[in-house]
Design a protein around this ligand. Structure first.
Ligand SMILES: [Zn+2]
Ligand SMILES: [Zn+2]
Ligand SMILES: [Zn+2]
Length: 143
């Protein structure tokens, strides 16, 4: 397992938002204001990514990322406005990502319009404003 890069010239400046590897001034790339490492050089363009989820609690987020990783999907966390974090996956992996997220939902909803998943205590889809329908989501709510 890799801890980070080995650039004698560079000074470490943070961790890759995708794989947690240390990045330095010589090898970091920037996407959505987050740092990513050389391994993901091909993904430094924002148009390579698809937004798949909004989460307002860390536990839920790390579970979702774990599920994606198990399904071979790369994911990127971006701190959004307010308290929510945004979860992105590469465009080419988005179908797998939506399928895995939906299948593993616990207290999350998947928007019926745009498919984006969001934490159950958010009232509406942060992207398109659609409210989760009681009918579809009843089996996902446990109170
Ligand atoms: Zn990385
Ligand atoms: Zn480096
Ligand atoms: Zn939506």
């Amino acid at each position: 397992m890799e801890d980070g890069c080995e650039h004698p010239e560079g000074s470490p400046i943070g961790k890759c938002a995708i794989c947690d590897r240390t990045v330095c001034t010589e090898c970091y790339h920037d996407v959505f204001g987050a740092m990513i490492c050389d391994l993901h050089r091909g993904l430094e363009d924002e148009s390579d990514w698809e937004l798949v989820g909004f989460y307002d609690d860390a536990a839920s987020l790390s579970e979702r990322r774990y599920v994606l990783e198990e399904n071979g999907v790369t994911s990127l966390v971006v701190e959004g406005d307010e308290d929510a974090v945004e979860l992105y996956v590469p465009n080419i992996e988005k179908d797998d990502a939506f399928a895995s997220l939906e299948a593993s939902a616990d207290n999350e909803y998947s928007c019926p319009e745009c498919k984006i998943q969001f934490s159950g205590n958010m009232e509406a889809c942060p992207v398109c404003g659609v409210k989760p329908s009681d009918e579809d989501e009843a089996d996902q709510i446990r109170e």
